[in-house]
Design a protein. Structure first.
Length: 320
């Protein structure tokens, strides 16, 4: 009898220890950004936040031609765009639920460089053996959405993903839309989101245009493609953004960049066939299609100067 009682006490003690360890583990997970009761929505809890530019760089570092893209169905495209709209309207739980149905995640990142919080909408398949390549969206959570910066050709246009993050950081109220694959990742031009209407990237940009958010799309060109120029500034097919284009070109010029102004002369790479620009034109929205030379994107100081110049325009959009 005494042996049985001793065995019972020992087992009870072990169970109490296990319960205590489980409680401690749960507390640690909650404090470091584990899933919450809202269905997977979480905040990155690393001390001091994260470097958003590094987060994006880690994401795009896996991109390459010939792999990593699968065309989405119409329901997928529309579903992600719908979720972005729900988030912008403040319906975070509904956005989370819709994204979960599409195998996307929603989390909050605190960017230690800007000190601001951003929602990240990301494809869960990014870490899979065969990613779908449907992209990401970053939304400033501290201010109403007023404008967008779009990166259709990350990695293929080297450094444009960094430009996009820099612009997002520089002005409140921004939405950053990044394509999820190299432009040559799919069959034919299926992953070239700047020239396709059947992509998640385009569906999200359409949603932003529907909400009347002006946008700037950043591209990159080889130095030999436009000798003598550092930047090619265009309003694409439309004319609504010409005042903003002139303001951007003037700001770039003051910083020492040679700018080809497509509304004033014939320039290469004007982006008149860009589908996001065509949609903006149909809505009467300002849209800037801006190409940066490799020499700008490959130099830290010159890239920073370009970001500052772009923010002269986005700041006006944010204040509108």
């Amino acid at each position: 009898m005494r042996a049985n009682r001793s065995r019972f006490i020992t087992i009870a003690t072990i169970l109490l220890v296990i319960a205590g360890l489980a409680g401690a583990l749960t507390a640690v997970l909650r404090s470091t950004g584990g899933a919450s009761e809202s269905g997977g929505d979480r905040t990155d809890g690393r001390a001091g936040g994260v470097d958003l530019e590094q987060v994006v760089a880690d994401y795009t570092s896996r991109f390459g031609p010939g792999h990593g893209y699968r065309p989405p169905r119409k329901a997928d495209r529309e579903g992600v765009a719908e979720a972005v709209g729900l988030l912008l309207d403040g319906h975070r739980d509904q956005a989370q639920q819709r994204l979960s149905q599409l195998d996307f995640t929603l989390r909050t990142l605190v960017d230690r460089v800007s000190g601001r919080s951003f929602a990240e909408i990301a494809d869960r398949s990014d870490d899979a053996v065969a990613p779908r390549g449907w992209g990401r969206v970053y939304v400033d959570l501290g201010h109403p959405a007023r404008w967008s910066v779009q990166v259709p050709h990350p990695v293929a246009d080297q450094g444009t993903e960094r430009l996009g993050v820099g612009v997002l950081r520089g002005t409140p109220g921004g939405v950053l839309v990044i394509a999820g694959a190299h432009r040559k990742a799919g069959r034919g031009d299926s992953a070239d989101v700047a020239h396709r209407r059947d992509t998640v990237f385009d569906a999200v940009c359409d949603e932003l245009a529907r909400r009347r958010l002006p946008g700037i799309q950043v591209h990159g060109f080889a130095d030999g493609s436009a000798p003598g120029y550092d930047v090619i500034a265009s309003t694409g097919k439309g004319t609504t953004g010409r005042e903003d284009g002139r303001r951007l070109a003037d700001a770039l010029r003051r910083k020492g960049y040679d700018v080809c102004r497509a509304w004033a002369r014939s320039c290469p790479l004007e982006g008149t066939e860009n589908v996001q620009g065509r949609r903006a034109d149909s809505e009467g929205l300002a849209f800037l299609h801006v190409e940066f030379a490799h020499a700008v994107r490959d130099d830290e100081a010159r890239m920073a100067g370009a970001v500052t110049a772009v923010n002269t325009v986005t700041a006006r959009w944010a204040a509108a």
